[in-house]
Design a protein around this ligand. Sequence first.
Ligand code: ADP
Ligand code: 5SP
Length: 502
Amino acid sequence: MGPYLLGIDIGTSACKVALFDQGGNVISSASEEYEVSYPKSGWAEQNPEDWWTGICRGIKRVLEQSKIPAEQIAGIGIDGQSWAAVAVDREGNVLADTPIWMDTRANNICKELNDRVGEKRIFEISGNSLQPSYTTAKIIWYQRNLPQVYEHTYKILQSNSYIACKLTGKMTQDVSQGYGLHCFDMHTGTWNREMCEALGIPEGLLPEIYSCHEVIGTVTDHAAAQSGLAAGTPVVAGGLDAACGTLGAGVIHSGETQEQGGQAGGMSICMDQYKADMRLILGYHVIPGLWLLQGGTTGGGGVMRWLERELADYEREEGRRCGRSSLELFNDLAQETAPGSDGLIFLPYMAGERSPIWNPNAKGVYYGLDFSKTKGHLIRAAMEGVAMSLKHNLEVAEHAGAEVSVLRAIGGSANSLLWTQIKSDVTGKPIAVPSSDTATTLGAAILAGVGVGIYGSFEDAVKITVKNKRYHVPNQDNREVYDRNYRNYLEIYDSLQIIMEK
Ligand SMILES: Nc1ncnc2c1ncn2[C@@H]1O[C@H](COP(=O)(O)OP(=O)(O)O)[C@@H](O)[C@H]1O
Ligand SMILES: O=C(CO)[C@@H](O)[C@H](O)COP(=O)(O)O
């Protein structure tokens, strides 16, 4: 066993693999993209086998670039996107593409369960309102719509536990991903038999629950041959991407807050006491004894990814010529536009919206177009709209009693100085950027480091590994224009909601 730790992140747009030394420095890293398919309105699926293929490719690249023998890896941690429902048979074979966290196909099932079981009862046990994005109703959807899949389903896994299973052969459920299921008791961190029965989810489908840093097994010979890892390397249970990113950003004490800019946006407020709110999302942190009160939106970095896909033909070409990315050139265009985008306002509800409005029928909207508006306006307004959805969630959390001071940014969007500054200006909160591209994989690697005993505690691990890169302070000159736009942002949704429901 050597001195290195491997973090694996199953993001929505790509998987990332990063090799760290014990000081938290990235020795090498790789990212492998994959697709989300949207076969019908409200559906968003991925093939878990694509995650595994990407991860194997990523691990090989990381080992090759670093020239570090796989035997030198002391432990592996995996984090992943939330609320998948990976149906596997007894051998761990995937039986169907999984609906991911953006998928709202089970909306009617949620309505039915909320009526039958009772919204309040569900919320009191699970700490969350029952909504279609979560795993719960997706299982019932399989029961009703894919009986041939359901019949052969041995367990339902989450994204990280599926990859942990590919590596070790063990089927597990980590505590931080428990929040995807409303038969998970958020007070005790255990499955709740009574709620399993009420919701119609057989307890046998649910894997045994582990702490996120617990070693669940070691890399099998088969997985070693596929991935290039050394057989026998310890693997910990891992956790939710947002929670691992929270750890990797150094958010480990009550009152500290992570801001998230992956495909999804939002924030996670660390708490040492149970505090739930129907409009937000409650889960366990990857650190025992702590909870995260989260705002989780559907539009984060994904909004920019969509704009880039649709509008960046010129910037891609130009970027190749000048050695910059199309997203960097997009940032330049947005920078040329005035704060407030001259009144252009964007609602980032690109796959319905999760917290705090929970409306699967919500739509993305540009309001305020006229002939003077440019591509720069479209980009900047999109950045501002995502920042306003963050502000909306923060306001609800603060109203519910949470205290938020500094935000610590994670995810690809934090690569953009402009976007991070906009988020700071719009929310009025300072934002520290610890290590934008690697916070999530670092969190996963820290779990492995604590699990195999390299770090004596999470506190020690964070002190040693987490570094600050930048600090953004709200610019008071922009306060008035952003406050005005935010009021309009809320009003535009209120006015359009009735049309969105049709
Ligand atoms: N320079 C940049 N400017 C704006 N957005 C960026 C930049 N770099 C990356 N992003 C955004 O980051 C997102 C990817 O973040 P990441 O944390 O890797 O997401 P995920 O974990 O969901 O796959 C992309 O959707 C992209 O829009
Ligand atoms: O639901 C959450 C966190 O609670 C989302 O953040 C998803 O887990 C997606 O993460 P990214 O792929 O956007 O990083």
